[in-house]
Design a protein. Structure first.
Lengths: 437, 288
């Protein structure tokens, strides 16, 4: 059935003179016409095609050269599909393919991409065009205009991913992403994150832990996205949901180990703590990634500390348990992160090869007023002492919290009261300043 | 003639240089290209000026662009023309390959390795055009050939006994190449290379192809879910290496014994096709 929105755009079918395709206005009428013939078995397929970097072609070869490219590509597309599909020119460098009764729409999309990417002669040169394609199929009861919008959105996703690819509406080709449903704001975060990664905007910032004598016990490496208005509280949960956290974690491990090596060469024998997620620890190649980081950076294993949440030590996954043993064998330090908030089995603590236990900031922010939180902290301090573990309190922001923690027997502190997480250069200056005091 | 100074061995020099530089950081020019790619109107002139300021990079980029095996017919004379013909994406990949090679200290020991990589890259580019029927782009195959084994020079510099491990892995016809490395290191050149590629934020397809290029499961796609592009890259580079070894008569690895059948199946080729390719590829193999 034709929708009112499409009907308004119906009349006056017009042909684009350069390509012989329908023009943009006529395309709406054609979609509406074919939508009425669409069936669940053979739904109407819309493929929105946008040529990549076409403006550069226009700039370099002039509009005449640009027109020639458009004409050649249009001709190829038409030849490839024959009379079975309708073609529209949506804008200077965008086409729409409208197909009905096509058995394999995804194959058609791939074929079109290959057709566009075949070398194209222009003067003495041979251009290698590329394009971003978005494909959508009309679902039952869907307004064809919505289907067109979905094809457009899929094309834009392909474009943002760097172009030269085809994306089916509803599909996401990113690693670990298939079948994961993301809310709209999470999709925005994910897109921003991918953009940031492509632009090398991910950085590690470092926050020191300081003991009662003012010695730096370790520095924790924390991921930050510079210049993309993206906080770790936003992007880390999305990365965990999509599986991208594995890639970020491996990068962090590699980068953190190299920083530890630079720190050692600068004369500071301070371990660098690196966070490891459950997904990363569950990979078959975790141990190889760890050894690669150690080998490539040349850092001694004891200069690296892996921070793992307490639930990982209780995890029944064989891969995780084997990787924990491999990390221990590699000689790196292990710290239990966010202790006190997850599901813990205290009996297992004695079997864990961890030298450090970090009290979750949730207990610290409640200080000094919350006496029950203080009781728990005091108990953790005693437990740590008994097991020979170093206890660190995270998220300490003010003197009152610091005093309460000291009273409870916690003397190693990480938090704004000493230093915020800072880039490598700032940390080195910070360390140098303390040395000179 | 003696200088009176104990000169360190080549290996020590190499090790020291790598120790000092660490793993090469991602080149700034790749950041610039990524930034421009996000713009509606990329400033190609600005990028061309940046590339042209580095004479050696500029020359290498022109050289690669004009190579028939990179997949672009025609002749370019400047970085700007190369950018126009290749586009930003492909230029980025070409530059990554060039800079990766330059990032390592020069050493006579590694020259043969780099020469072999360059030969595999050229032949892979040619094969992509001949046997994959546009399913794999020549520039993709070419740059993968350059990057595939970049973990080897790193491990050479970092592990004193790596030459011996490599020798054992080359001769083992049963276990996978990387399993042999894992037994001793305990990691492998494919993992190291992929982590370096990851550190440069190269495309996932490239990272995966580097990481799993000795995994038969990757070619057969029974357990790991790879993209077709990664699988074609792996198969084409293995075939290129096999043809080079057949041509030279020196079979120094057992990789084709272990992976050859899977590569041919994926590429839809027969042994007869391989014999034909060996003849057809002779000019490519002999080209500098």
């Amino acid at each position: 059935m034709m929708t009112p929105a499409l009907k308004q755009n119906m009349p006056k079918p017009a042909i684009d003179s350069a390509t012989g395709f329908l023009d943009r206005n006529s395309c709406f009428a054609k979609i509406a016409q074919l939508a009425s013939l669409s069936t669940p078995d053979q739904p109407l397929t819309l493929i929105w095609i946008s040529l990549d970097r076409f403006k550069q072609i226009n700039q370099s070869f002039g509009h005449h050269g640009g027109d020639e490219v458009i004409v050649q590509i249009a001709q190829r597309l038409k030849n490839k599909t024959g009379p079975r599909v309708e073609w529209c020119r949506m804008s200077g460098d965008e086409f729409l393919c409208i197909a009905l009764n096509y058995e394999d729409a995804e194959k058609l999309t791939d074929d079109l991409l290959h057709e566009i990417e075949a070398p194209l002669p222009l003067g003495d040169l041979l251009l290698h065009p590329s394009a971003s394609l978005g494909m959508a199929q009309l679902s039952a009861l869907e307004d064809p205009a919505e289907c067109l919008e979905r094809a457009d959105r899929a094309m834009n996703t392909a474009k943002r991913a760097g172009g030269g690819r085809a994306i089916t509406s509803g599909d996401e080709p990113l690693p670990g992403r298939m079948g994961v449903h993301l809310a709209h704001h999470e999709l925005v975060v994910e897109n921003k994150l991918h953009l940031a990664l492509q632009q090398n905007a991910l950085r590690l910032h470092y926050q020191p832990s300081v003991d009662a004598d003012g010695r730096i016990i370790s520095v924790e490496a924390l991921m930050r996205c510079t210049g993309h208005d993206l906080s770790p509280a936003e992007f880390i949960p999305v990365a965990e949901k999509t599986g991208l956290i594995i890639k970020l974690g491996e990068w962090s491990l590699f980068e953190g180990a190299h920083f530890a090596s630079r720190l050692a060469r600068a004369g500071y024998s301070i371990p660098v703590s690196i966070n490891v997620s459950r997904a990363q620890l569950a990979t078959a190649h975790f141990s190889q990634a760890l050894h690669s980081a150690l080998l490539c950076s040349g850092v001694r294993p004891e200069q690296i500390e892996l921070e793992l949440t307490e639930s990982l030590f209780m995890d029944n996954s064989m891969a995780i348990q084997e990787n924990l043993r491999a990390a221990h064998r590699a000689g790196v330090n292990i710290a239990i992160d966010d202790f006190g908030t997850g599901y813990s089995c205290l009996a297992n603590l004695k079997d864990i090869h961890a030298g450090k236990l970090k009290i979750d900031r949730a207990f610290v922010v409640a200080l000094p007023e919350d006496k029950r939180a203080l009781s728990v902290i005091r108990a953790i301090a005693r437990l740590g002492d008994e097991l020979g573990m170093q206890i660190v309190a995270e998220g300490v922001e003010n003197q009152a919290q610091l005093d309460a923690l000291k009273q409870a027997g916690i003397h190693t502190i990480q938090g704004y009261i000493h230093a915020r997480p800072m880039p490598e250069e700032s940390l080195l200056s910070w360390l140098a300043n303390r040395k000179s005091l | 003639m003696t200088t009176g100074i104990n000169l360190p061995s080549v290996e020590t020099q190499l090790e020291r240089s790598l120790w000092e530089i660490g793993i090469p950081p991602r080149p700034l020019i790749l950041d610039q290209i990524s930034t421009e790619m996000q713009k509606d109107e990329p400033d190609v002139h600005h990028l061309a000026r940046m590339i042209a300021a580095d004479v050696a990079l500029s020359a290498s980029l022109i050289n690669i662009t004009n190579s028939p095996y990179f997949g672009f017919r025609g002749h370019v004379n400047s970085p700007r023309e190369a950018l126009m013909v290749l586009g930003l994406n492909v230029t980025g990949k070409a530059i990554a390959g060039i800079i990766m090679r330059r990032a390592f200290p020069s050493s006579p020991h590694l020259e043969r390795f780099w020469d072999a990589s360059a030969r595999i890259a050229r032949l892979s580019g040619w094969l992509a055009q001949d046997v994959t029927h546009n399913k794999l782009r020549a520039d993709d195959a070419y740059t993968f050939g350059l990057f595939r084994d970049c973990g080897i020079p790193i491990l050479f510099a970092r592990h004193a006994g790596y030459a011996q491990i490599l020798n054992t892995a080359n001769h083992d016809a049963m276990r996978s190449f990387t399993d042999v490395e894992n037994d001793t290191l305990p990691t492998n050149h494919a993992m190291v290379g992929s982590m370096m590629a990851q550190n440069w934020w190269l495309p996932d397809e490239t990272i995966n192809a580097i990481r799993y290029h000795h995994h038969i499961e990757m070619l057969d796609a029974t357990s790991i879910p790879p993209t077709l592009n990664s699988r074609y890259n792996i198969a084409v580079a293995q075939l290129a290496e096999h043809l080079l070894q057949l041509h030279s008569g020196l079979s120094v690895t057992q990789e084709w014994v272990k992976l050859g059948a899977s590569c041919l199946r994926l590429l839809n080729l027969t042994e007869e096709d391989v014999r034909r390719l060996l003849i057809d590829a002779a000019p490519v193999i002999k080209s500098a």
